[in-house]
Design a protein. Structure first.
Length: 309
């Protein structure tokens, strides 16, 4: 029992590290893609992360079963689509909005499971969804718009990205539950995401930006290095391993703090000027996320209270 508790604590700490790293990544990535093509940056960091992981676990990687390879590709394509829409959206919105709207994957999971498993969401899921709509509405009409930004486009792309992140959570639980090795899934995911995003960069960014835009100075390489080592290699590995030792409920609650850390870093680096409507919108969305995971059901509470002794 003690060993189980220790493993659970380790799992929670790993997820907290991943959350903190991802919270900081919104600002670092925003700074980087202002001068370097965004899909190229994501592609490079994932390919490097894949090469490092392969070098560290070479013997383990070459013994990968075919079934795990297929599952890893499915996971990688899902994550690639998430990063594609998230990075594209980040060009047109602020880091904190990008972070909070991305975190809505916690609320989307039950509704996506409803589509696939025909299991309707609970009342607390519906309550959280309604709160989210209110929060998104307040954020959308907060009046904030930085120069060169199209917040409607940026926020919309970020919401699409949240759908793919919710699928990632579902797939990780499913594939690990089927006995797939976490290291195998990580390696395949890294390479698949990296290759897809590099192809996207060649097709979409190179014709527009030109080859000159791909040259990075030392500061930009240091930012890419941080994104690679901490926000990709470290955080992605911590999430997959951490979810192995925590419940889906614990995982989602801890990972939802990514939005809070994203807002904090955005405020520190002055990408966000907080006004009352924006702050209320963020608070409502955070309450919705926490309600979704803590599972507050007023009808169940009333039934329990009215139950005769």
């Amino acid at each position: 029992m003690e060993k189980s508790k220790k493993l659970n604590l380790i799992g929670q700490l790993l997820l907290l590290f991943a959350t903190l790293a991802w919270g900081s990544s919104f600002v670092v990535l925003k700074q980087t893609i202002e001068s370097v093509p965004g899909f190229y940056v994501i592609g490079v960091r994932f390919v490097i992360a894949g090469l490092i992981t392969t070098a560290l676990f070479f013997k383990k990687v070459i013994a990968m079963p075919r079934r795990t390879l297929v599952n890893g590709v499915i996971l990688g394509v899902t994550v690639a689509l998430a990063y594609f829409t998230q990075t594209w959206g980040l060009k047109y919105t602020t880091p904190s909005r990008n972070a909070f709207l991305t975190a809505l994957y916690c609320i989307m999971c039950p509704f996506i499971l409803w589509i696939f498993l025909k299991k309707p969401p609970k009342l607390y899921n519906v309550i959280s969804a309604v709160l989210c709509i209110v929060g998104i509405g307040l954020i959308s009409f907060s009046g904030q718009k930085a120069e060169g930004e199209n917040l409607l486009l940026g926020d919309g792309l970020t919401l699409i990205c949240a759908v793919f992140y919710s699928l990632q959570i579902i797939f990780i639980d499913k594939f690990q539950g089927e006995g797939n090795d976490a290291v195998h899934l990580i390696v395949v995911q890294f390479f698949v995401v990296g290759i897809i995003l590099l192809i996207a960069s060649l097709c979409l960014e190179l014709p527009v930006s030109g080859a000159q835009a791909y040259k990075m100075d030392l500061e930009q390489w240091l930012k890419v290095g941080y994104l690679t080592l901490f926000c990709t290699l470290g955080a992605q590995s911590a999430q997959i391993i951490g979810q192995k030792y925590t419940s889906a409920n614990q995982s989602a609650i801890i990972l939802s703090l990514e939005a809070v850390f994203g807002m904090v870093f955005s405020l520190i680096f002055r990408y966000e000027r907080l006004n009352l409507m924006l702050a209320i919108g963020f608070v409502i969305i955070f309450i919705a996320i926490m309600n979704s995971e803590l599972r507050f059901d007023p009808l169940a509470l009333l039934k329990k209270r009215n139950k005769p002794n």
